[in-house]
Ligand binder design. Structure first.
Ligand code: ADP
Length: 338
């Protein structure tokens, strides 16, 4: 039994030793595994995540307007990608710079053009007023007796001179607006008061054309709007004047104001001749006159709406319209309330 006991002890010592060895190997294997994982993570971070992060950051900065090239110095796909990104960035930057130069040139040309129109209009106004004045005097008989026939022709001449002076004044208004010479003085104003002023001024025109003007407003008091009152009045005046001009007798013109969200809407609606669909895209262009109205209404320079749009733009507002030929037109000016 003593021998067996000794063998058992020996065996258990062996087992213990083997167990210790296995434990040691396990620890070593674990250490190796941990090392491999750490290495892989490090590799991933350095070789894949970091360059992608650098590229993402560069793309973001590029989107915000700053171009910083990404230097990866690698020959793999990521390196190629960075290189493509850099080339693209350089190209876009160059295009942007040349576009800026072109834009500056165009602006300069536009300034010269505006100045030319302004000078030409000034030069034309004085002699034209002179011609009108002489013809008016002749019509009145202040320059001696004139026959009825001559008077008729002279009256025609005065009307034409008047029309010409209106065009010249329109050009002057426009060039002044474009030159931003006309300083805008914005103050908080009650829009309905301004509308009422315009309607009062235009009442004789409406009466003459047998067109009724109605002003509509919501019951609730409207907030005040920051505007240059003279300029906005002139814009509303143009719209109401057009609505009267381009409506046949017996129709009505509606002028209204309403708050829509954070904007003040000023609407001018008529039941007049309307604007043909195929010409609507040209409405705010200089000298545009609808083919359907030139026959019925010979007066007009085609500058009014261009001036209106300019005034509205300078108030950070919007202008839009809806029109159907033979049914009527609604122009809306939307002014920001903040
Ligand atoms: P003008 O009235 O001096 O011709 P505008 O610039 O004010 O110039 O208007 C340009 C053109 O737009 C007009 O000639 C007309 O054809 C069209 N238009 C403007 N307002 C109206 C309206 N309320 N109804 C029909 N046509 C209009």
């Amino acid at each position: 039994t003593g021998k067996i006991q000794q063998q058992v002890i020996q065996l258990s010592t062996d087992i213990q030793q083997t167990a210790n060895q296995i434990q040691l190997y396990l620890y070593i294997a674990l250490a190796v595994a941990v090392f491999i994982v750490v290495f892989l993570l490090y590799f991933l971070a350095n070789y894949i995540t970091k360059p992608i992060e650098a590229l993402t950051l560069a793309a973001k900065q590029f989107g915000e307007g700053t171009f910083i090239p990404v230097n990866l110095h690698r020959r793999d796909e990521l390196g190629l990608f960075a290189e493509t990104f850099n080339t693209m960035g350089h190209d876009i930057l160059q295009t942007k710079q040349s576009l800026e130069v072109e834009l500056e040139k165009t602006k300069e040309l536009d300034r010269n053009k505006t100045e030319f129109i302004s000078v030409a209009a000034h030069q034309l106004r004085t002699p034209m007023s002179g011609i009108k004045w002489v013809m008016s005097m002749a019509v009145e008989g202040d320059l001696g007796e004139v026959s009825d026939e001559l008077k008729h022709h002279l009256k025609n001449g005065v009307e034409n001179a008047d029309r010409m002076i209106k065009v010249i004044n329109g050009l002057l208004d426009l060039s002044q607006l474009e030159e931003a010479k006309a300083k805008f003085q914005k103050e908080s104003k009650d829009i309905l008061t301004l509308i009422q002023d315009v309607v009062t001024t235009l009442a004789p025109n409406a009466e003459y054309k047998k067109v009724q003007i109605k002003v509509s407003a919501p019951k609730k008091k409207l907030p005040q709007v920051k505007v240059d009152s003279e300029k906005i009045k002139s814009a509303i005046h143009n719209l109401v004047d057009n609505a009267i001009k381009y409506s046949p007798a017996g129709k009505a013109v509606m002028v209204g104001a309403a708050q829509v969200g954070s904007e003040m809407y000023i609407t001018v609606s008529d039941q007049g001749y309307g604007i043909p669909k195929d010409q609507q895209h040209r409405v705010f262009e200089k000298f545009f006159r609808g083919k359907n109205v030139v026959k019925v209404e010979t007066e007009g320079s085609g500058l009014g709406l261009t001036i209106v749009k300019d005034i509205v733009d300078k108030h950070d507002g919007k202008i839009f319209f809806e029109s159907e030929e033979g049914k009527g037109t609604t122009f809306t000016i939307a002014l920001p309330l903040k």
